[in-house]
Write a protein that binds this ligand. Sequence first.
Ligand code: NDP
Length: 347
Amino acid sequence: MRVLITGITGMTGSHLADYLLTRDNVEVYGTYRWRSRMDNLEDIKRAGRLNIIGEGSTVTDVAVLRSLVAEQGNPGKVNLVEGDMMDPYAMKRVIGAIRPDRIFHLAAQSYVPGSWAGPAETIQRNIIGQVNLLEAIREAGIDPLIHIAGSSEEYGLAYPNEVPIKESNPLRPMSPYAVSKVAQEMLALQYFRSYGLKAIVTRGFNHEGPRRGHVFVTSNLAKQIAEIEKGLRSPVILVGDLSSQRDWTDVRDFVRAYWLVLEKGEPGEVYNIGSGVARQVKDLLDILLSMSQVQVEVKVDPSRFRPSDVRLLLADASKFTQLTGWRPEIPFTQTLKDLLSYWRERV
Ligand code: NDP
């Protein structure tokens, strides 16, 4: 079966690619942009399992790309095809050439604070990008299973008597990013109802691990500690709001869940995925600091506060776990240990 991952160069996409390489009978394809950083695919490249289709050639036609995929596609490797979600023609080429059986749609502007800095760009990229993908699927006349990566941020404001959060909770988005994810979800469900596209939506609670972008809080704190250890910055850790609570899962557990979404999920349905444990950002910082010998001062940086922060995200993922039997297996401390090692190797 052919599986396409949009956003394969990101944290989750790259771990999903690692996971799919371990499965039989799965041909892995992924989209990248010409300026995408390939760092997250380094392990796959080092293992000799990265294949960039049509590298260096200018492809403007679906038939040309289809023949390149037929000539160069390698079932044992991760096959990359260039395509920016914002370009409807590029999406039509990619989908028309690969004709995937399954699609994991992960590509997005995924950083909540970035969506306050650039609301219009986030809205365009996440919503129009997905319209381009869904229309390309319709035009190709294929009938793939499609996973849409929604987010727990869609719930936004949840009152203490509304947690743990079920799929039936109200959606009260608190950022342009969250609004874009609600719209992605609504579009997916509308295409399911209008055209029968087999879209399944997840509302993923936070997932973390090696390759997490350095702006996200888990990675940011781990990176600062690694820099202090190497004497690259003074022993002062800058933090935002340490009291927010999140439900964190290891990304390597998460990609197993994503696979199960398309194995066992129902098209037109929405599933929460999360661990069911909420921790404060302060707990995360304390665990990271306990893994290091450095003595640090923790300093609040007001610029790190959000215009409206989601205080508490805690998943009730029972709909998904009862359907699939999925449970997170990697302890949070292991996730943080691996994340810190990741940054120690890189700073
Ligand atoms: P990352 O930011 O690590 O990855 C985002 C990916 O999207 C990158 O591969 C990026 O490519 C790609 N992308 C962005 N814009 C475009 C575009 N215009 N065309 C093509 N590709 C594009 O995110 P994550 O891996 O953390 O998240 C994956 C998905 O899961 C996202 O949709 C995110 O919103 C969602 N999600 C994530 C959660 C988390 O805790 N991690 C929680 C809930 C949902 P490039 O390398 O070129 O920039």
